[in-house]
Design a protein around this ligand. Structure first.
Ligand code: ADP
Ligand code: F6P
Length: 319
């Protein structure tokens, strides 16, 4: 393989830059030409392609976001859009593609693979919602960002004897909420994967106050409902002073954690190594701490849920 491309697609996540760097430098190490496609599949269709040198990825391992930019592109979901993308790849003699993104992005990658352009996917999303994968790129950083913010909220919550409802990201997955809730000693963690009873949430709050707690934190996953509405419900049904914080996109930015930088470097390196040895149509990830490659089809058909043992532990520890 003489020339490969790399793109980032869907929501950005901390560590994408470190993965781009690993792809570019591994490719150059193997003697390949590397190009970057800007703004995901949109840039592919628009032929927004830039050469990537060793220097082009200098000083980015520590930077959040993605130097290649990212986008969502409805046009690429159509056969016409996919044909346009394929033609651009052929025209530019691009023989392989690394796609850094979530499962939607992998669907696009699989289609290109079926059309004859070998692709490898790297799971990049803060949500951690991809099967066959210990953690997605950016998840660790997002959890740490949320924890740092909530530690600050805790200070003011204690000063004012307040209850805080904190809504964290996770459109279809409660992973961020679970990890943050456990790491922050939350009274309750509300996630879509587990039905919750507001009466129980309230009695946990009341038990905490009865034993002298100065503050209470309730973590709500975005996919489980609106933090604002849950906060209003608690205000209306208790005598507590409740405030709501929606952490939002702050969780998507910032310098990647050490763990995400290491993961990005491992996966970027492995993605190019696989392409170079003729493997395609797969996602690279770690599972049980080991790097593996798994067919996109398996990724799309394997059910997944967060590690619910964390939920059980959090319930016991916040008794
Ligand atoms: P993520 O990759 O984070 O799951 P999206 O689901 O928004 O994010 O997908 C990112 C992009 O991947 C979409 O905007 C689109 O360009 C492409 N994509 C998503 N689903 C498909 C599909 N079924 N077929 C082709 N391309 C797709
Ligand atoms: O998939 C990552 C994610 O941050 C989700 O947690 C969130 O629901 C969504 O993206 C937000 O997307 P947007 O950037 O379009 O607001």
């Amino acid at each position: 393989m003489k020339k490969i491309a790399v793109l980032t697609s869907g929501g950005d996540s901390p560590g994408m830059n470190a993965a781009i760097r690993a792809v570019v430098r591994t490719g150059i190490y193997y003697g390949m030409d590397i190009v970057g496609i800007r703004r995901g599949y949109l840039g592919l269709i628009n032929e927004d392609i830039v050469p990537m040198s060793l220097g082009s990825v200098a000083d980015i391992i520590q930077r959040g976001g993605t130097i290649l930019y990212t986008a969502r592109c409805e046009q690429f979901k159509t056969p016409e859009g996919q044909k346009q993308g394929y033609d651009v790849l052929k025209k530019n003699q691009i023989e392989g593609l690394v796609v850094i993104g979530g499962d939607g992005s992998f669907r696009g990658a699989q289609i290109l693979s079926h059309m004859g352009i070998p692709t490898i996917g790297i799971p990049g999303t803060i949500d951690n919602d991809i099967p066959c994968c210990d953690t997605t790129l950016g998840f660790d950083t997002a959890v740490n960002t949320a924890i740092e913010a909530i530690d600050k909220i805790r200070d003011t919550a204690t000063s004012h004897d307040r209850t805080y409802v904190v809504e964290v990201m996770g459109r279809h997955a409660g992973d961020i909420a679970l990890h943050v809730g456990l790491a922050d000693g939350a009274e309750s963690i509300l996630i879509a994967e587990k039905t919750f009873d507001m009466d129980e949430v309230i009695s946990r709050l009341e038990r905490g106050v009865a034993r002298g707690k100065k503050h209470s934190i309730i973590i709500v996953a975005e996919g489980a409902g609106s933090g604002v509405e849950i906060g209003k419900y608690l205000m209306d049904h208790t005598g507590f002073e409740v405030r709501v914080t929606v952490l939002g996109h702050i969780q998507r930015g910032g310098a990647p954690s050490a763990r995400d930088r290491v993961l990005a470097s491992q996966l970027g390196h492995q993605a190019v190594t696989l392409l170079q040895s003729g493997v395609a149509g797969k996602m690279v990830a770690t599972q049980g701490g080991r790097i593996h490659a798994v067919d996109f089809d398996t990724v799309f058909t394997t059910p997944r849920e967060p590690d619910m043992s964390l939920y059980d532990i959090a319930e016991i520890l916040s008794i």
